[in-house]
Write a protein that binds this ligand. Structure first.
Ligand code: CA
Length: 482
């Protein structure tokens, strides 16, 4: 048995003794809880940083605002793979997608890495109760709502898989992309008359609150996995009413520059043929879904405060990747552009001193695992690919010379190929198919990534430098299989 396993066993034994010793045991449980912070991990699905908390002029997210006031917003946080399961498995194992070898939505990572220690497992082994509500590991959304999805049973003591009225409302959807497979990849919406609490995400909040009440006297690692704003965009009507159509602005109609490699694009043909009014309706539904998510997050935050747990709990809010909303005809995820790779991260609560601040340092979703274990004072397994964000939780502008690596696959595992992209504070450099296609954007001067500078001789040194950084980060993972 490893020393870590021994520590876990000792901690577990201590709990058994606490629980068996009755009233005295309860007192010692509470004193342990006071020493060890709890963790509340809140995940959104397909949420870009188009939220008021991150500066969006229209989308209102008052509850994320109040969470951000208690912590640090990361405005340049990048997923390792802009697709649900590859991103989530990477984040929760702390390993790059070429190490996890999870590049699709079907593979169970335990079939490849039976002994990897996930983030929740670190807490479980340290004697915390570990519980999940909803989508933390991959779940077909909406297809697998109400099932465990691709869950990892070793991560949890307690799981809940809510199913709400939105599942029954799917026949009511207005679907602008009937040719795409299933509602999980559709541009489809429905303004529901059902109350918040009847929806799957309302139930995620209700069940999370119940777990907070149940485990308030124990150190806990609770993960609340929400399903919105992932499509289909079903939310209660009043959230649609927050966004009159005349307030919904489409992004500028920039053309696709011909020197951008073809694999860079995901949505073909542009907008999947939607006209501008249809695009506006989809945008409004996405915004409504965000505000509904925000309201549900707010209910959980209210409970945390009501139960007196706010000061002793580390709260991390994270999406799984970003989302295109029509820029250059792109929708959803699975590109290496800013909009699909960048997503909101907020680290708040216990142990965070720079409250209400934002950090523009480039960070990776891989950094979340060692950040949370570090804040809780627990040892992370050796070999994680990320680094703790602790210095930025004290000084959000602290020196931080790190880049982010994202990747995405085109085609399937046997005849497909990968694209890789490295992001620094100023630049994004991407390579497709082993370098057959390359892109360089000065994101500071060109935030919409319209001008590919990769072939511009005046930027040759920049390309060389970024290629080296890209290779160094890729080398952390294993090479992709041919
Ligand atoms: Ca997702």
């Amino acid at each position: 048995m490893s020393s870590r396993a021994v520590q876990g066993a000792v901690a577990a034994l201590a709990w058994v003794i606490c629980l068996l010793s009755g009233a005295t045991g309860t007192a010692s449980v509470q004193s342990t809880a006071a020493r060890r912070p709890n963790v509340l991990l809140i995940m959104a699905d397909d949420l870009s940083d188009d939220v008021g908390t991150f500066g969006h002029p229209v989308v209102r997210t008052p509850n994320l605002d109040r969470l951000a006031a208690r912590g640090v917003r990361f405005t340049r946080a990048y997923t390792q793979f802009p697709l649900c399961s590859p991103s989530r498995v990477s984040m929760l194992t702390g390993l790059r997608p070429d190490t996890t070898r999870i590049h699709d939505l079907q593979t169970d990572f335990r079939t490849i890495h039976p002994d990897v220690i996930t983030l929740p497992q670190v807490f479980r082994r340290a004697g915390y109760v570990s519980a999940r509500v909803g989508k933390i590991y991959h779940y077909g959304n909406p297809g697998q709502i109400g099932t465990p999805g691709l869950d990892d049973p070793a991560s949890w003591d307690h799981t809940v898989n809510p199913r709400g009225v939105d599942k029954d409302e799917e026949p009511m959807l207005t679907n602008f992309t009937p040719g795409r497979q299933g509602f999980g990849s559709s541009l489809a919406y429905y303004a529901s008359p059902a109350p918040d609490e009847a929806h799957t995400d309302g139930k995620v909040a209700t069940e999370t609150i119940a777990l907070l009440e149940q485990y308030r006297d124990r150190p806990f690692f609770l993960a609340a996995g929400f399903y919105r704003p992932h499509c289909p965009f079903i939310a209660p009507t009043r959230y649609f009413d927050m966004y009159p159509l005349d307030q919904v602005r489409l992004p500028p109609a920039h053309p696709r520059a011909p020197d951008i490699p073809r694999p860079a694009w995901f949505t073909n043909p542009p907008h999947w043929g939607l006209d501008e009014q249809q695009q506006r309706l989809v945008l409004r539904a996405y915004y409504a879904s965000i505000s509904f998510l925000d309201a549900n997050v707010g209910r959980v935050l209210d409970a945390l405060e009501r139960l007196g747990l706010a000061d002793d709990t580390i709260v991390v809010f994270v999406s799984d990747h970003g989302y295109h909303l029509g820029d250059r005809g792109q929708w959803m995820k699975q590109t290496l552009f800013e909009r699909a790779t960048r997503a909101p991260v907020i680290v708040a609560g216990a142990g965070v001193t720079a409250r209400g601040a934002s950090s523009a340092r480039v960070v990776e979703f891989l950094d979340i695992y060692p950040t949370i274990t570090g804040l809780a004072g627990l040892a992370a397994p050796a070999g994680l690919h990320g680094r703790s964000l602790a210095p930025l939780l004290v000084d959000p502008g602290a020196p931080w010379d790190h880049a982010a690596l994202s990747q995405v696959r085109r085609g399937n595992a046997t005849d497909g190929f990968m694209g890789y992209s490295v992001r620094t504070e100023r630049w994004r450099y991407s390579e497709w198919e082993g370098g057959r296609g390359t892109e360089l954007y000065d994101v500071e001067a060109d935030p919409d990534e319209l001008r590919n500078l990769a072939a511009d001789p005046t930027h040759r040194d920049t390309v060389t430098d970024l290629q080296q950084r890209l290779r160094a980060l890729m080398a952390q993972g294993e090479p992709p299989r041919p």
